[in-house]
Design a protein around this ligand. Structure first.
Ligand code: SAM
Ligand code: SF4
Length: 489
């Protein structure tokens, strides 16, 4: 199939139009700018009221989000950050989920100005992994490193179409590798790929997709057009804007939103993400499962000017805190694009991070080459710690690494998990799962030092579980929970 023919059948206009209201999409730039302007200077007492309201774990109004975004006073920002940490703990406890990205193809028909994979970049090596190579990569990820969750990543290209993505997922789920005490395997495959039509998304649903992730990059229409040429597939702003609505309609109810920070004003992007969550709630009664806030990093052969909308570390930390309060039920993902210092300083507000990531095509099997090779990669990473180092560091600061994927396997997805998150009950279900899967990981993969630190943490967790089982959680439901857990492992 030629690239042209493939492109022509991909975008279904009716799968955009059906979501518009009076012909308009949900990003109302005038309204966003007006809200930011109107809430430019708020009284500290108003900010504190907004913080207090956030503990109801509901999506925040745009006016309130704007007011939080406009705070510049370091002490008040600090109060917002402290509340963000408390909310993270209230909803998700001290758990952090780790995962790794698996880059499957660097071929791409688009020309996003900031990305190393853009089609006119001659410096990048182009490759699409064969199923044998996917197996090899998975063996390292599941058998040597010890990951249980992956996000598989693709350029937009006919060689990595929905059939290829589905086949990749099936291949990954089949791999089982003997490890110290049991079997290493990937239990959840999330997908970061270009927007797809509903018929293709159904193929991913059938293959057992975890979360479908599409970043809007920028919600600002004009900037979007500037960095994504209009003659490319990605040039269609609305096709991308409604990618996750289509995923919902295809039956994928865990969807993940994100913006690439550094393309336009960070405050506008946060407002855009909140509007996105609101439109998903409006139509499906469920917001995004996770939110991501990658910051632009340099890519080989790419001269994109990062200076104009560069987000400082201080503003970056603040925007994460505001997102935590604004979309309090959503998981929040921080990635190795950030330095270990930044990772450490924001991890208390986040729920997921990647670890021991390689973003060069075929790099896991080619392990353990220590240095990054720019020509293979979409962009450069700043944190290259091993999974063992990450877990040890997390455990030392009181975070338990959860390898639990049970939420997905036993049907606790979509609105079911949202209900649990909002009521705070999810913490109890998941603490036990976190302990069991963490213990399993320690036995199968940890260094002696990490095992010792991890086991101490597990003792504390067990003591807490004993105290925290909710009053309305009967013996019968506990027995059922344990039986379900055994079934899915
Ligand atoms: N090709 C698909 C797409 O564009 O949606 C999915 C994969 S793309 C490889 C994944 C994400 O990487 C993009 O959505 C973008 O946000 C991010 N990205 C691209 N270039 C980047 C850069 N220079 N720095 C940081 N993140 C970048
Ligand atoms: Fe291709 Fe995605 Fe990179 Fe754009 S961001 S060039 S679509 S891989």
């Amino acid at each position: 199939q030629s690239i042209r023919a493939w492109k022509e059948q991909l975008i279904h206009q009716d799968e955009i139009d059906r979501y518009l209201v009076d012909g308009k999409d949900f990003i109302d730039e005038e309204q966003i700018n007006a809200a930011l302007e109107k809430n430019r200077h708020s009284d500290p007492s108003r900010i504190r009221e907004i913080i207090a309201k956030a503990f109801s774990i509901e999506l925040m109004s745009s006016e309130d989000v704007a007011a939080l975004l406009q705070v510049t006073d370091p002490d008040l920002r600090n109060e917002i950050a402290e509340a963000a940490k408390e909310i993270k703990k209230q909803v998700y406890d001290n758990r952090v989920v780790t995962f790794a990205p698996l880059y499957c193809g660097s071929k791409c028909v688009n020309r996003c100005a900031y990305c190393g994979f853009r089609s006119d970049n001659k410096s990048v090596i182009r490759k699409v992994l064969t199923m044998d190579e996917i197996r090899e990569e998975t063996r390292v990820l599941a058998g040597t490193i010890g990951h249980k969750r992956l996000i598989i990543v693709f350029g937009e290209h006919p060689e990595t179409d929905a059939d290829y993505i589905a086949e990749t997922m099936n291949t990954i789920y089949e791999v089982k590798v003997p490890v110290r005490n049991g079997m290493g395997e990937i239990r959840r495959v999330n997908v970061n790929a270009a927007p797809l039509p509903i018929q293709d998304l159904k193929k991913l649903q059938k293959a057992g997709i975890g979360t479908f992730q599409v970043f809007q990059e920028t919600y600002h229409h004009e900037t979007y057009s500037k960095v994504h040429p209009s003659d490319t597939l990605k040039g269609n702003y609305r096709w991308r804007l409604y990618a996750l609505h289509r995923a919902m309609d295809a039956g994928i109810d865990d969807v993940a939103i994100g913006a690439l920070f550094g393309l336009y004003d960070w405050k506008f992007e946060v407002m855009g993400m909140v509007a996105h969550a609101r439109d998903l709630e409006r139509l499906y009664n469920i917001g995004p499962h996770t939110i991501s806030f990658p910051r632009l990093t340099p890519a080989v052969g790419t001269n994109f000017d990062h200076s104009k909308h560069q987000v400082s570390d201080e503003d970056f930390t603040h925007l994460i805190a505001v997102l935590r309060l604004a979309i309090p039920y959503a998981g929040m993902i921080i990635t190795n694009r950030e330095t270990p210092q930044i990772m450490e300083s924001v991890i208390d507000m986040c729920t997921q991070r990647d670890a021991e990531s390689k973003i060069g095509i075929g790099d896991y099997a080619d392990t353990y080459r220590k240095e990054q090779i720019a020509e293979r990669e979409q962009f450069m990473l700043n944190d290259t710690s091993s999974l063992d180092q990450v877990i040890q560091k997390l455990a030392k600061s009181g975070h338990i690494t959860s390898f639990c994927t049970a939420g997905y396997r036993c049907g606790r997805t979509g609105d079911k998990i949202m209900g649990l998150l909002k009521s705070g009950k999810e913490g109890c279900f998941c603490k036990l799962n976190a302990v069991l899967t963490f213990q399993e990981w320690l036995e199968d993969f940890a260094s002696e030092e990490t095992k010792e630190i991890g086991e101490k943490l597990i003792q504390q967790e067990i003591a807490e579980i004993r105290e925290r089982v909710p009053k309305d959680f009967s013996q019968a439901s506990f027995t059922k929970f344990l039986a379900d857990y055994k079934k899915i492992q």
